[in-house]
Ligand binder design. Structure first.
Ligand SMILES: Cc1ncc(COP(=O)(O)O)c(C=O)c1O
Length: 392
């Protein structure tokens, strides 16, 4: 049965549930990296209580002592059903999946399957900084194919980068971020089909990080890379971790298209020992039963996107904000403020508000910051007030 995506769910907006005092009791990275007087709107954690089905799955497991090693394919089955319902995609075959500890470790393992030491991995800066760090750490080289000025894939640049990457007979991979972090860009079916054609032409293997796929606004449409014509040779990483705020409950899925099944079959068995069994249970419950909660979240994020645009127009009109259609992250062009390459430093020092510096996002990151919208309207308002005070 196909459900209308994001129909009103009757769930309360989870972004309005927790007070700042409650959030400050958290001990995760978002809340413990900076001193108490700093308002954190940076790392990709959400200021939400967990969806009830997730809490139930985890507490039931704890009550039962069901805290052993993961087994079975329930996570993949739940993701396949979610993909069919939400994205109209029925090409996710459970037998072409593998559980991995988390998305980034999954990315590393997929890149290991299709490239060798020293081989290039193409990325589209500005992009999620660990793409650079993890690739460098695994002894591959990063090749940048920057997004266009419109924040979208630049197919000409991509082609040129692919051409250079495979010159000399090297094996190359393309680490696609779909939807894109930090811009929130949702790649269209046409763009992804063109990517697949280029990848096919140059023999570049595509590894798609689709962690933000559940977080697409009602007006846009997420297109799974493996589902586009020519995408069959691709590998994808998917997870409930961003959509339901489960980063601390480690698990993710690697998914292969039909043409990459043999590659995924070479994944060493021990990689499957990494995910947490309780994490797998939590992710499975989120995908199976967390739809109404997700819809309420998406509606709340849409409200926050509008609120942020209004707040910036009023208090920081020089900041250019082009909210994307996915993720809860917003990429802000602060160059007109005259704060140099790293405006996040000024916001932190003078405004006591922590946003992510644009610099580690690679080419195009200077003069930019990334702000996390997944918070209450009150905290969002206070964050912009502090940013404005820092430059006032
Ligand atoms: C694009 C992208 N990939 C991966 C991750 C991290 O996922 P995981 O914690 O499953 O490694 C994030 C976290 O924000 C992300 O934005």
């Amino acid at each position: 049965m196909t459900r209308i995506p994001h129909e009103p769910s009757g769930e309360p907006n989870p972004l309005r549930s927790l007070t700042l005092d409650q959030l400050r009791r958290r001990t995760s990275m978002k809340w413990r990296t900076y001193p108490e007087d700093v308002l954190p709107v940076w790392v990709a954690e959400m200021d939400v209580p967990l969806a009830e089905p997730v809490v139930r799955a985890v507490t039931d497991a704890l009550a039962l002592g069901d805290t052993g090693y993961p087994a079975g394919t329930a996570y993949a089955e739940a993701l396949a059903a979610f993909a069919a319902e939400r994205w109209d995609w029925d090409g996710l075959a459970v037998e072409r999946t593998a559980i991995v500890p988390d998305v980034m470790l999954g990315v590393v393992e997929m890149l290991r399957l299709v490239t060798g030491p020293g081989d290039p991995v193409v990325v589209n800066p500005p992009v999620y900084p660990p793409f650079f760090q993890f690739v460098a750490h695994m002894d591959r080289t990063v090749a940048e194919a920057p997004l266009g000025a419109d924040g979208r894939l630049d197919l000409g640049t991509l082609e040129e980068t692919f051409r250079r990457a495979v010159a000399g007979g090297r094996r190359a991979a393309y680490l696609l971020c779909s939807p894109h972090n930090p811009t929130g860009t949702v790649h269209t079916a046409d763009e992804l089909t063109a990517v697949a054609a280029l990848a096919g032409r140059y023999g570049v293997r595509v590894v798609a990080d689709e962690i933000h796929a559940p977080l697409v606004t009602a007006g846009a449409r997420f297109v799974p890379y493996l589902g586009v014509p020519g995408g069959e040779n691709g590998l994808s990483l998917m997870s409930a971790s961003k959509g339901w705020n489960l980063a601390g409950l480690k698990a993710a899925l690697a998914v292969a298209g039909p043409g990459a099944a043999a590659d995924l079959a070479r994944l060493p068995e021990e990689v499957g020992h990494g995910p947490s069994h309780v994490g797998v249970l939590a992710h499975t419950a989120a995908l199976r039963e967390g739809g109404p909660w997700l819809d309420a979240l998406l509606a709340g994020l849409e409200d926050n996107r509008r609120l942020l645009a209004d707040l910036l127009a009023e208090h920081l009109p020089a900041v250019v904000c082009r909210p994307g259609e996915a993720t809860y992250l917003v990429w802000l062009d602060c160059r007109a403020l005259g704060l140099g390459d790293d405006p996040a430093q000024t916001f932190l020092r003078r405004g006591r508000v922590a946003v992510s510096s644009g610099l580690p996002f690679g080419t195009g990151g200077a003069g930019h910051v990334r702000l996390n919208l997944a918070t209450s309207p009150e905290i969002l308002q206070e964050a912009v007030r502090r940013m404005a005070a820092a430059v006032g």
